[in-house]
Design a protein around this ligand. Structure first.
Ligand code: FAD
Length: 287
């Protein structure tokens, strides 16, 4: 079996120290030759500007293919279109097109911006008119909190592919069967494009639990048990995290999954060790 493809997701850092850590991580992960890397998008102006700067810098200074996340939240169509045109002109040919989390935070009620794109499918259609972007979208094997059923979740995903998306990346999950059930439902609904599992590399279990609760991701008690008593032992938590992630990837790979998208939390070590457990080694040894 050949080694799977990987992609890595980063977030825009808030401080100069975190910025240094991000670029160190980017440089350490670059030799793994990921398919692409992506940078998330916040709701405020300054964090958005940081995303644009990081994505443009990745395109200009690294061998990586960066994808800028972009959302419909708090912006007019023309503001979003300008970002897309700027990306294309800067050589950024990939985007991750999302509705976005409401400005008041995950769980708050979403209202489209007047004059903006209302949903991800509208944004995808708009981006397609601007340039021939490679467009990733989000999808939710455990069903998005705003969606009434798995069926409507899959219908929405199909709408995004019909609007021109290239691939979907899943919300993080821990049960392989959750992914396969969703995958089968999507295929049955006529989705033929790749559905790439998003693999979480958050070793802070309290933070992981908080995120999982907000997103509706179930954490198996077996995994919760592995972290039990490790609150003050980050080193062991990291080892557990890489093991859990690689185990999940291997279970998925056994059934033919050949691309994994890692939520890196801007840390290279966890991605490097998980990839190594999957048989993916850097082309050049990191220093
Ligand atoms: P959509 O696909 O637009 O769907 C959202 C909900 O609206 C669904 O329940 C759908 O059924 C419903 N809906 C869709 N179209 C219609 C319609 N025409 N009429 C009525 N209802 C409709 N958030 C950020 O803010 N920044 C990021 O960088 C970011 N990155 C992410 C990366 C990944 C891989 C994933 C999985 C999520 C990410 N998110 C990010 C979170 C995401 O923005 C939220 O989960 C958001 O609530 C939904 O976004 P979406 O693009 O999936 O929405």
């Amino acid at each position: 079996m050949s080694a799977p493809k990987v992609s890595f997701e980063f977030f825009p850092p808030k401080t100069p120290e975190m910025e240094q850590k991000l670029w160190d991580s980017v440089r350490r992960l670059e030799p793994l030759r990921p398919d692409y890397v992506s940078v998330t998008y916040g709701a405020g102006g300054s964090t958005r500007e940081r995303t644009h700067e990081i994505v443009r810098r990745m395109a200009a200074e690294t061998s990586l293919e960066p994808a800028g996340h972009i959302t419909c939240v708090a912006a007019t169509k023309s503001e979003i279109d300008r970002v897309l045109r700027d990306y294309w002109e800067a050589g950024v040919k990939r985007i991750v097109a999302l509705r976005g989390d409401p400005t008041a935070g995950i769980g708050a009620k979403y209202a489209p911006h007047p004059g903006g794109y209302a949903y991800a499918s509208d944004l995808i259609a708009g981006a397609r008119e601007i340039a021939d972007f490679d467009i990733s979208v989000g999808c939710y094997p455990e069903v998005h909190p705003d969606a009434p059923s798995l069926r409507s979740e899959v219908e929405n995903l199909k709408r995004k592919f019909d609007a021109g998306a290239t691939r979907a990346i899943t919300q993080f999950f821990f049960y392989p069967d959750v992914y396969f059930k969703f995958f089968d439902a999507a295929r049955a609904a006529g989705v033929t494009q790749p559905i790439v599992p998003g693999i979480m590399l958050q070793s802070n279990f309290k933070g992981l639990k908080r995120m999982a609760d907000l997103c509706g991701t179930a954490i198996p008690s077996r995994i919760a048990d592995l972290y039990d008593g490790l609150d003050n032992d980050p080193e062991t938590r990291d080892l557990v995290t890489a093991h859990v992630a690689a185990e999940l990837c291997n279970r998925l790979a056994e059934q033919g999954v050949d691309h994994f998208h890692f939520y890196t939390m801007n840390r290279a070590g966890l991605s490097l060790s998980t990839c190594r457990l999957l048989g993916i080694k850097p082309e050049v040894q990191p220093q």
